[in-house]
Design a protein around this ligand. Structure first.
Ligand code: AMP
Ligand code: ZN
Length: 111
């Protein structure tokens, strides 16, 4: 199975890494939508937020620990976390990822 974000985790496709441990990987988005825009992903291939189960949810909680830690390290206190699930919601890469956006005013509702 070929998956863009699995290839980034494997190092087959280069990325601008922010953080890595045995469960999670974080890297700057190639097309930033805010002054700070990085993605946090589980290394395990999970399709989307709609594919989270009792068996794999621990890594999702871990991703949020990573988000809290990395934003703290970057000195960011105000940020938005987004996970698009499915085509209508704007998901373009079918590997669960959390966008972390910061550095500008955010509007609500999102587009
Ligand atoms: P989504 O559209 O919510 O599935 O988010 C996928 C994100 O991955 C988009 O914001 C893209 O800009 C980003 N992206 C796609 N390819 C790469 C890449 N090679 N390195 C970093 N970010 C990427
Ligand atoms: Zn994948």
């Amino acid at each position: 199975m070929s998956c863009l974000f699995c290839s980034i985790v494997n190092g087959d496709i280069p990325s601008n890494k922010v953080y890595e441990d045995e469960l999670a990987y974080a890297f700057y988005d190639i097309d930033p939508q805010a002054p700070v825009h990085f993605l946090v992903i589980p290394k395990e291939h999970i399709l989307s937020a709609g594919a989270v189960t009792p068996e794999n949810s621990a890594v999702v909680a871990h991703c949020f620990e990573v988000i809290a830690q990395v934003t703290k390290e970057l000195g960011i206190t105000d940020f938005r976390v987004v996970s698009n699930c499915g085509l209508q919601a704007g998901q373009s890469v079918p590997h669960l990822h959390f966008h972390v956006l910061a550095g500008r005013d955010m509007t609500w509702p999102p587009g």
